[in-house]
Design a protein around this ligand. Structure first.
Ligand code: IPE
Ligand code: IPE
Ligand code: MG
Length: 245
């Protein structure tokens, strides 16, 4: 444990929920069965985050590049999202979860778009956990669309104006980014917001990522020293948690 240990629980956790396809293939099941199991794993993870006092959970559910998958997998994922929303929103609301969808809405069908809007409206009064679902999202898309907004308004492009125009402006940057499924890459997730996020890679496939695995990731995070460009000695002199990038 470092001398400047974090507050043990990260305020904002982001997750690349990877490995659903392999989970299914290993069981001789269609890939979509893995995605369905992935929804179960997300439900468990949300409840675990609520129980641990995490304030924000941001999950990568469908990337700008996932359109390149076979058409039946893409349509299956769209369908799964619409059905999961219809089924899960009442319980999410009881648990105090507020939903936000981050990503390019224009690429989605009317049915999916309506589902997202309704879920956001139905949970807008909740304040225990913010759940950001990145869907049809890419970090590059987000930076480019923010720059385009500023250009259209004739506003100067600065770090803070860009930040404010991006899809994640309503929450602080993630403290911990977990990627399951064994790959060690970002795959166009939160490129801007992850500048000083602690990265954690797990070999577990997303459907197998349970509470104990989440606790391991949180414990690993708690033992890290976040320096934000400063020296260890400076951190030791400062009040715990007072330093940011
Ligand atoms: C992540 O699981 C979910 C989505 C990208 C929608 P994958 O479907 O990428 O699973 P693997 O990586 O093929 O195992
Ligand atoms: C990242 O996983 C996107 C999501 C989890 C939604 P991918 O499976 O699409 O990433 P790559 O293709 O292995 O980089
Ligand atoms: Mg994958």
């Amino acid at each position: 444990m470092s001398t400047t240990a974090q507050t043990a629980i990260p305020h904002h956790i982001a997750i690349v929920m990877d490995g659903n396809g392999r989970w299914a293939t290993r069981r001789f099941l269609p890939r979509l069965a893995g995605h369905r199991q992935g929804v179960e794993s997300l439900r468990r993870c949300v409840r675990a985050c609520v129980a641990r006092g995490v304030g924000v959970l941001t999950v990568f559910a469908f990337s700008s590049e996932n359109w390149n998958r076979p058409a039946d997998e893409v349509s299956g994922l769209m369908d799964l999202l619409a059905k999961a929303l219809a089924r899960e929103v009442p319980q999410l609301s009881r648990d105090g979860v507020r939903l936000h969808f981050v990503g390019e809405k224009s690429g989605l069908s009317d049915k999916v778009r309506d589902g997202l809007r309704q879920a956001e409206a139905a949970t807008a009064g909740n304040d225990r956990l913010v759940l950001n679902v990145c869907f049809n999202y890419g970090g590059r898309w987000d930076i480019a669309q923010a720059a385009a907004q500023l250009a259209a308004r004739g506003e100067p492009i600065t770090e803070s104006s860009l930040h404010a125009a991006m899809g994640m402006a309503h929450v602080p940057d993630p403290d911990l980014l977990i990627r399951t499924g064994g790959e060690k890459r970002i795959s166009n997730f939160l490129l801007w917001q992850a500048a000083y996020t602690e990265l954690y890679f797990s070999d577990r496939l997303w459907p197998d990522f349970d509470e104990a695995a989440l606790d391991e990731a949180i414990a690993d995070y708690a033992a890290r020293e976040r320096r934000f460009g400063r020296t260890s000695e400076q951190l030791q002199a400062a009040a715990p948690g007072s330093l940011r990038a």
